[in-house]
Design a protein around this ligand. Sequence first.
Ligand code: 7TS
Length: 406
Amino acid sequence: MKNVYLDNNATTRMADEVLAEMMPFLTDRYGNPSSMHTFGGENRHVVDRARQQVAELLGCHADEIIFTGCGTESDNTAIRGIAYLDKKKQHIITTRVEHPAVRTTCRQLQREGFRLTELPVDEKGRLNLDDLRQALTDDTALVSVMFANNETGVLFPLAQIAAVVKERGAILHTDAVQVVGKIPIDLSRLPVDLLSFSGHKLHGPKGVGVLYIRRGTSLLPLLLGGHQEFGKRGGTENVAGIVGVGKACELAREHLDEENKRVGKLRDRLEQGILKNCPDVKINGDVNNRLPNTTNIGFEYIEGEAILLMLDRLGIAASSGSACTSGSLEPSHVLRAMGIPFTSVHGAIRFSLSRYNTEQEIDYVIREIPALIKRLRELSMFTLKDASPQAPYERKPQITATAKTP
Ligand code: 7TS
């Protein structure tokens, strides 16, 4: 079997219906929505319709939605846009397990003089609400807490977090890049002020992000320029991309419930199949509270990169941590924050599914993995089995070839 794509938290296949909807705006209907003439002006309605489609998925008003260039831009716009607004408030709270789009932005603000609190998580990746309560002060400008973790799928209890933050009158932003389109969100009941997501994670196009800004919440725009997006994000609109993300939201709304269940069952089948057939394997994260499509599996005593390469040869695409941090060989900051033992953190693999995965694909992966893991453990250069959980790698003595006697 070829090409089993299980890296949907990195990006997803665009739905055929989305591409069909976008096509006219990549070809004949290229007008600028801000133009006075009908040819451009018609595209204003198209952008507004997409705004409505997004709002219907999130349970908010269309005028609370702005389109950006990606999830990262939405995160940056929300965080910097709030931080720079009120000079009297110089404190920001976030968590230790955020995606770099949030983490790096908050750390940059810290370098600029803001006080930053990064809340810890427990061994299952859960936040302690008392830590949040204690961290909040009168000068807390912003709390930025992800909705679900991209590496483990663990969900933070946003409703409870919002209640705590609102008690102290701070602004709450959530990075929902991994959540929108996977589980229902109803912003008419969830009092967050800002929420970010990205088109390409829910079978929409790349190059378009969304930021929800609750009515009455002011922010300083990150991109200054024209009056587009209610003056909150200058730049000619990516009409095709916006049409695509609108359609992706409409499709998610129609199919979310049934797909959720189906994808969840496939994920559980994969997990059970691997747990049953491979020794020394653990699931990382709170299994009772996570996205239905994600599992993070720690294969002890081997390197994640080696597993990924072997899987790749079999046509199976998965990931170790986030594609945004891979390439660095640094173990995942998320798993380290959870205190996952050293012997397991390096061999952690994230499998993330989507509506396009099938039972046959999952069974193929379950069939192939045990032999692959066994082989890698035999080949392993590292004596991790004998190492203490926190110890650095101990290399086995190199076996040097003995010179042949002539
Ligand atoms: N926030 C979260 C929680 C994410 O998972 C990602 C992408 C982003 C922000 C950035 O979104 P973008 O549209 O700007 O790329 N996450 C991942 C991942 O987990 N593997 O590759 C990309």
